[in-house]
Design a protein around this ligand. Structure first.
Ligand code: MN
Length: 490
């Protein structure tokens, strides 16, 4: 049981991390716990058993215990050494899919810290020495297990069999039963609940473990996280071309849209290795943004209750040069007709300047007018141009439109917002879901569609969008090939 440098190799060789949600152990992202970690996992594999693991450096030394551990010192149970597991495994609870090594449900049955209490001549014996000697004595501080426990190697099976037992102290219990024995120490769930709530969805080459699919994210419309995930999986082929190679900001709502969500720029360290990210400078440091180039990432983010991904106007390989210009039109009052008017006025102005533009309902209250660019002009140039266009449109109809940034000077007029054309600014991605009742979607539409009087900012939702796409698979033909220059206005 020596701790070797590459001791995770057997663990990694037995598993295909494209097919199991277990951690690969290649990313050293687990935060240092105070003291050394121990975990007991209940594992409904082909045979139900418990896995006892203790942290030694960066790995978890492990034993499989078919009968589990008893708090009664009289009950010694067999413990069989198994391969070292990565530290991140201590928090793994979920379901390993059929066909994989150890397929079945895993519960974090107990977790906490341990202290090595094995003494010789009044001194603590180093833990690695204890493992070599085949006599380990630990003081556990878990949620179920407390006090002294011993692991002792027997002479049987060439030392491949150990025994685990409770030592005699105030925490020993003759009853042989632990409190809350049926529930997870991490989530309070039973094995049945874990099995039910964690499904594994295969998307492309990845397996994504889905959690809490029944959770209602949109209470008034009763839309669940499972439905959000299903939507993003289905919309991926339409949406991904607009996300490709762009940094995204995640707008997450873990408790649904009636609770405050939060914006998250940096990738979380528990996100799996296969999720792409980009390190991007900011004042005084860097952000590590998620880059969403595949359906699996989109689905993974939806499972994180990221209802709305917001994207940059430039791509990660050319961060200072936007490949689109945007005019954001949000009505002061809930009046869509004025938004529609402004969008057409901007389109006509751009037409005169020889620029093709596209329009999108935001799924919230307004519209975005988007001009694809060649990505050779920097943000300052593009923003100055956009401001110029906005000013000209506002000047044509000063009673309805304004470019006045100060709210008190707008006097109810529609603000033609060109300020989003800047480094690190994000706008809602096409086909992204918005955090409003009914799960409306930011929907690319044609200019003809915008003429329809019944159309409004939330016309398209996750419930009706696919019917709409059946009729017309690409509302923005030519968008990708359209690479324009914003030439100075004379
Ligand atoms: Mn196991």
């Amino acid at each position: 049981m020596a701790t070797k440098k590459n001791s995770l190799k057997p663990y990694q060789q037995r598993r295909d991390f494209k097919h199991t949600p277990e951690p690969s152990g290649t990313k050293a992202t687990v935060k240092k716990a105070k003291g050394s970690l121990f975990v007991v996992q209940k594992h409904a594999a082909s045979h139900l058993h418990f896995d006892f693991r203790i942290q030694i450096g960066k790995v978890l030394k492990s034993w499989a215990i078919p009968k589990g551990i008893s708090p009664n010192p009289a009950e010694k149970h067999l413990a069989i050494p198994t391969e070292d597991h990565p530290l991140a495994y201590a928090h793994f609870e979920g379901t390993i899919p059929e066909g994989n090594y150890g397929a079945g449900t895993v519960m974090v049955w107990d977790i906490g810290t341990y202290k090595n209490i094995k003494e010789k001549d009044g001194k603590i014996v180093p833990i690695k020495q204890c493992l070599n000697d085949g006599r380990v004595e630990l003081w556990l501080e878990g949620t179920k297990m407390r006090g002294g426990y011993a692991l002792i190697r027997t002479q049987l099976q060439a030392g491949k069999q150990w025994l685990v037992l409770k030592m005699n102290d105030q925490h020993a219990a003759r009853s042989g039963v632990f409190p809350h024995a049926n529930k997870s120490a991490l989530t309070g769930r039973t094995m049945k609940q874990i099995a039910k709530e964690t499904g594994v969805l295969k998307v492309g080459k990845q397996s994504i473990e889905l959690t809490n699919q029944d959770k209602i994210l949109f209470p008034r419309s009763g839309i669940t996280k499972g439905e959000l995930i299903e939507y993003y999986q289905k919309i991926a082929p339409y949406m991904l071309p607009y996300m490709k190679d762009r940094a995204i900001t995640m707008h997450r709502f873990p408790d649904g849209i009636t609770h405050e969500g939060f914006y998250q720029k940096d990738i979380s360290d528990y996100f799996p290795d296969w999720i792409q990210s980009a390190k991007i400078r900011k004042e005084g440091g860097y952000n590590h943004y998620v880059v969403c180039n595949d359906a699996a990432t989109l689905v993974y983010l939806a499972n994180q209750a990221c209802i709305t991904p917001h994207i940059w106007l430039s791509r990660i390989n050319k961060l200072d040069y936007p490949d689109k210009m945007i005019f954001d039109l949000d009505p002061g009052k809930d009046d869509f007709s004025i938004v529609r008017k402004a969008a057409f006025a901007i389109r006509d102005e751009l037409d005169e300047l020889g620029l093709k533009s596209f329009v999108m309902t935001t799924g919230s209250r307004g519209l975005h007018v988007i001009v694809p660019l060649k990505s050779t002009q920097n943000f300052d140039t593009v923003r100055a141009f956009a401001r110029n266009v906005a000013d000209r449109v506002a000047a044509q109809n000063p009673k309805l439109f304004t470019t006045e940034v100060r709210l008190n000077k707008r006097r109810g007029r529609l603000f033609i917002d060109s300020t989003r054309n800047a480094f690190a600014q994000t706008t809602v991605a096409p086909y992204a879901v918005r955090a409003h009742d009914g799960a409306p979607v930011a929907m690319p539409i044609s200019w003809d569609e915008l003429k329809k009087p019944s159309l409004h900012a939330q016309s398209f939702t996750i419930k009706n969008i696919f019917k709409r796409l059946e009729k017309n698979k690409n509302p923005w033909p030519g968008f990708a090939r359209c690479k324009q220059l914003a030439r100075p206005i004379l």
